[in-house]
Design a protein around this ligand. Structure first.
Ligand code: SPV
Ligand code: MG
Length: 432
């Protein structure tokens, strides 16, 4: 019996997939290479179902003989490993992002003495179109909450951008750019205390209460599906923090980050220009434990944020605290600094990674912004947060338009600074 290799994601099983599986089974035993989350994450959004769930579905298909993991987006490693007699694919890969892969597959199959079978693509039915319609339905709090942990496991570095409104959330939800190494997109959103406060004309001193911040977060939840990391400031007193944890979980937020400061919180980027009071280590450990005990789901993450470097203390101090916080149950560590060089952060990462290889490490490179995500990942970072950029970008744009109207005493000149009316009308589905 010949073997026919078929790579698939199998998040949504539709007639197009049933057809290709059947076509494969007419030619031999069907060996399905099921793409893992990390193989998919490079090019596409994570599937709705986990690998194990997708495997269960595919294994139950009558025409499938065996399911093996395909760990890479490329078919080549599995073709070399399993040496199938044939590989089958829809002819849609002749153009677009898969055409280069097609060439490689032809070359390798020729080397292996195998054959490439192309079958006509089932018109009108494909996973991408299905994914789009599923995305338009939205998500559930449970699905959204779990996605952050899956992304951390699937991606070398998870890319998070600040959102402070439905509109900024939509940019993060939709924006994609195609680069040589795949499609780049943001993986999720940061609900920042700085930008939430600033957009209300309030200082970043925990003056905007959680109820108000949650009302605004609801706008983002309503029009997006990607995971959210919530900036919990100091977390307040433990007796209050436990309620915050449950509120966030109920809303499908994936993680809260709380910082080890106490008293009147001032924004970290002031550094030692203002008095930054660090919380005593034991006190902060208790808050983390209280939060961990309060959470209902297994997947929600409580991430401890170290403010030692912000308060002018040493990397030693930060490290001692990090180890204690992990010991108290923190699911991840965020280390913050306002130094431009990044040297303090790099040293911390190196030393922290010597102690813990797998605890997620979160960096917020607002000041040390010369480093790329790949460089930060090589230091040991799992998540990179761009903490305030959409709000900071929008303010000068608004200011410029306002100045132009004042200057010219009419709006004609400001028009060139604005998006066309047609575009804003078409931006949000359902406006017409
Ligand atoms: C925020 O975005 O509110 C943060 C990050 O806490 S920072 O402003 O750098 O402190
Ligand atoms: Mg903040």
């Amino acid at each position: 019996m010949k073997t026919v290799y078929l790579g698939m994601t199998a998040d949504i099983i539709h007639p197009g997939i049933v057809n290709i599986v059947h076509q494969a089974s007419l030619r031999g035993e069907v060996l399905v290479g099921l793409l893992t989350d990390s193989a998919i994450a490079k090019y596409k959004r994570l599937p709705y179902l986990s690998y194990e769930q997708r495997k269960q579905v595919v294994e139950s298909m009558r025409d499938v003989s065996r399911v093996v993991p395909q760990e890479e987006w490329s078919y080549i490693p599995n073709l070399r490993k399993y040496k199938p007699d044939m590989i089958i694919h829809g002819d849609d890969w002749k153009t677009g992002i898969l055409s280069k892969e097609r060439e490689d597959v032809y070359r390798v199959m020729a080397e292996l003495g195998g054959e490439v079978i192309e079958i006509p693509y089932t018109q009108g039915i494909n996973s991408t179109a299905f994914n789009e319609s599923v995305a338009s339905i939205g998500t559930t709090p449970d699905l959204r909450l779990k996605t952050l942990r899956r992304l951390i496991a699937a991606k070398p570095v998870v890319r998070i951008m600040e959102a402070h409104s439905g509109l900024s959330g939509l940019i993060i939800e939709r924006l994609e750019i195609v680069k040589e190494d795949g499609i780049h997109r943001f993986d999720g959103m940061w609900s920042s205390s700085l930008t939430d406060s600033a957009s209300k004309g309030k200082p970043d001193i925990e003056a905007v209460d959680i109820t108000t911040r949650l009302q605004d977060l609801t706008q983002i939840l309503e029009c997006t599906t990607k995971p959210i990391i919530y900036d919990g400031d100091t977390g307040g007193i433990p007796e209050h923090f436990v309620f915050t944890v449950r509120t966030l979980e109920r809303n499908g937020v994936s993680a809260v980050i709380i910082e080890d400061k106490r008293g009147l919180k001032k924004n970290s980027l002031f550094g030692t220009e203002v008095k930054q009071h660090l919380a005593p280590l034991e006190e902060f450990c208790e808050k983390i434990s209280a939060g961990k005990k309060a959470q209902v789901t297994r997947e929600f993450m409580i991430i401890a944020r170290l403010e030692s470097l912000i308060a002018g203390k040493t990397v030693d101090d930060a490290l001692e605290r990090a180890l204690a916080y992990v010991g108290s149950g923190a699911d991840g560590i965020m280390i913050h600094s306002k130094e431009k060089s990044g040297e303090d952060i790099r040293e911390f990462c190196r030393r922290f990674r010597r102690e813990y290889r797998d605890i997620p490490l979160i960096l917020v490179p607002t000041t040390y912004n010369k480093y790329t995500e790949a460089e930060l990942a090589s230091w040991g970072a799992n998540i990179v947060i761009y903490a305030n950029h959409l709000l900071r970008a929008s303010y000068p744009a608004m200011l410029q338009a306002a100045k132009s109207v004042l200057e010219h005493e009419r709006a004609l000149e400001a028009d060139a600074l604005c998006m066309p009316i047609k575009d804003i009308l078409e931006l949000i589905p359902g406006t017409k």
